[in-house]
Design a protein around this ligand. Structure first.
Ligand code: HGY
Ligand code: MN
Ligand code: MN
Length: 435
C-alpha cells in the first residue's frame, strides 16, 4: 500500500516552522487533496488543461479560497482569481501558479505555487495582518500545454498576449477544436480573449515553484532565487512518406518517414552544445501513423522543445533544427512540414527584486543562491508586463514531470515564509509608491 502524500509529507515535518499563522499540516492536507484529483495508478496525476480533472482541482481550491475570505472569480480563460482587498486600493500583489499537469506528472509542479500563495493569505488571516494593497491568488489555465501543445495559455490570455487566429488554429490530440474543448469547459473564444486585463492592475507577481533540478539539493538549501527564465520554442514537424506493406515492399525505394524522423531526433540531441552550454532541445512527443507493426508509416508527427536563456542562441538553434529536419527528410526521400507552435522570449528578474529577495533570504537564515530556470512558468508571461519574482523549492533528486516528483514539507514551508515576508515588504513599498 503506497504511503499517502499527506502522511509522507508530515512524517518528515516536526512543526517547528509552524509560526506566524503558517501551518504545515494545512499545506500537506491540501497538496494531498489535489494529488488525489486525476491520480494515476503510480501516484502521479493526469490533469490536462480544460479537462474535468483540472476543473475539479480548481473548484477545490476555489472552496478553500472562499473559506479564507477571498472574493473569487473565474475569467473567460478559466483562470481563477481569488482577491483580498487591502487597507488601500491600488495595484495588487499577485501570487499563484497552475494546477494542470503533464501526462502522468508529479504532485508539486503547479499546485505548490497555488497552495503556498493561499497559505500566505491564510497566515495573514490568522494573525490579523491586513495587507496594505489588494492581494490576488491566481490559478492559471493550461500552463503545461499538454492539451493543445501551446503552453502558458491562461497567463497569456490574462496579459492579452494571445490572438484569435492563434487560438482557433488549435486542436487537441483527439482532434477536438479549441472552440469545442473550451465550449465544453463552459467558456468561449470571445470570453477567452476577454480575459485580457490591464496587466497594470497587478503591481507585482510572485511564484513559488519546485526547482525541477538538482542545484538546491546539491547546495543543501531549501529554496533559491530565480534570476531569469529560459524561453521555450516548440517546433512541430510532420514527416510524410508512403505507407506500404512491411513484407512485400523492398527496402530500396521506400519513402519511410520514421527513418527520416529517427535520424532527425538523433541529430537534434547533439545540436544544443554548438550554441551554448545552457541550450537544450528535446523531442518528447512523437506520433506514428497509422502505427501498425506491419505497415511502413505514412507520417510521423513530433514536437521539438527548444530552449535557452539567451534568445539569440535559442533562435540560432531553432534555425539549425529546421535545417536538420529538411535535410533528414530529403535524405530519406520524404517531405517534412514545419510549424512554429509557440516561441516565448527569455525573461530576466530585475536586479532590484533579486537584491530584495536576497535580503529576505538572509534575514530568514537561508543563504541566497541564484540561478536561471530552464523550465518555463507563468511568471515569464507576467514578467513581460510587471515586476516578478520566483522562489524555487528543493526537488528531491531533481525529478519532475514524473510521479516520483517530491519536495519535503519543511522546504515548502520555508518557501512560504520567504514569500510571506517578501510580500509584506514589497506591499509596503507599493502602498508608499516606492516600488
Ligand atoms: O515546460 C515547462 O517548462 C513547464 O513545465 N511548463
Ligand atoms: Mn511543468
Ligand atoms: Mn509548472
Amino acid at each position: 500500500m503506497r504511503e499517502s502524500v499527506r502522511d509522507r509529507l508530515l512524517a518528515g515535518y516536526d512543526g517547528a516552522a509552524d509560526r506566524d499563522g503558517v501551518s504545515g499540516e494545512r499545506l500537506a492536507e491540501r497538496l494531498a487533496t489535489l494529488a488525489s484529483i486525476g491520480e494515476t495508478e503510480d501516484g502521479g496525476v493526469n490533469r490536462p488543461g480544460f479537462s474535468a480533472e483540472e476543473k475539479r482541482a480548481k473548484e477545490q481550491v476555489i472552496e478553500w479560497m472562499r473559506e479564507a475570505g477571498l472574493d473569487v472569480r473565474m475569467d473567460g480563460a478559466g483562470n481563477v482569481i481569488g482577491r483580498l482587498e487591502g487597507k488601500a486600493d491600488g495595484l495588487a500583489f499577485a501570487a499563484g501558479s497552475h494546477v494542470d499537469s503533464v501526462p502522468n506528472g508529479g504532485n508539486f509542479d503547479g499546485p505548490l505555487g497555488v497552495l503556498s500563495a493561499l497559505e500566505v493569505v491564510e497566515a495573514w488571516k490568522e494573525t490579523g495582518y491586513e495587507p496594505p494593497v489588494p492581494v490576488e491568488v491566481i490559478i492559471f489555465s493550461e500552463e503545461e500545454g499538454s492539451r493543445f501543445g501551446a503552453g502558458i495559455m491562461g497567463s497569456q490570455a490574462m496579459t492579452g498576449d494571445l490572438s484569435r487566429e492563434a487560438l482557433t488554429m488549435l486542436s487537441d490530440a483527439n482532434g477536438n477544436s479549441f472552440e469545442e474543448v473550451i465550449g465544453a469547459y463552459g467558456t468561449s473564444v470571445d470570453a477567452f480573449l476577454e480575459a485580457a486585463r490591464d496587466p497594470k492592475e497587478i503591481g507585482f507577481y510572485a511564484e513559488i515553484h519546485i526547482e525541477q533540478g538538482k542545484l538546491l539539493e546539491q547546495a543543501g538549501l531549501p529554496a533559491g532565487i530565480v534570476k531569469g527564465i529560459a524561453g521555450p520554442a516548440w517546433l512541430n514537424a510532420v514527416f510524410r512518406g508512403t505507407a506500404g506493406h512491411a513484407g512485400n515492399t523492398p527496402m530500396a525505394g521506400r519513402r519511410d518517414p520514421l527513418v527520416a524522423a529517427g535520424r532527425f531526433v538523433h541529430e537534434v540531441s547533439s545540436l544544443p552544445a554548438r550554441f551554448s552550454d545552457t541550450a537544450v532541445a528535446t523531442v518528447g512527443k512523437l506520433n506514428v501513423s497509422p502505427n501498425g507493426a506491419n505497415v511502413i508509416p505514412e507520417q510521423v508527427a513530433l514536437t521539438v522543445d527548444i530552449r535557452d536563456l539567451d534568445k539569440t542562441a535559442r533562435d540560432g538553434l531553432l534555425q539549425k533544427v529546421r535545417e536538420t529536419a529538411e535535410r533528414c527528410a530529403a535524405d530519406s526521400g520524404v517531405e517534412v512540414l514545419l510549424e512554429l507552435a509557440s516561441s516565448i522570449d527569455p525573461v530576466p528578474v530585475t536586479d532590484e527584486v533579486r537584491e530584495e529577495l536576497g535580503e529576505v533570504f538572509e534575514e530568514a537564515g537561508v543563504r541566497p543562491m541564484e540561478f536561471m530556470s530552464g523550465a518555463g512558468h507563468d511568471a515569464m508571461i507576467l514578467g513581460r508586463h510587471v515586476p516578478m519574482a520566483m522562489i524555487f523549492v528543493k526537488s528531491i533528486g531533481g525529478i519532475s514531470h514524473n510521479p516520483a516528483e517530491w519536495s519535503d514539507l519543511e522546504d515548502c514551508i520555508a518557501a512560504v515564509h520567504l514569500l510571506k515576508r517578501f510580500a509584506e515588504q514589497r506591499m509596503e513599498k507599493m502602498a508608499a509608491h516606492e516600488d
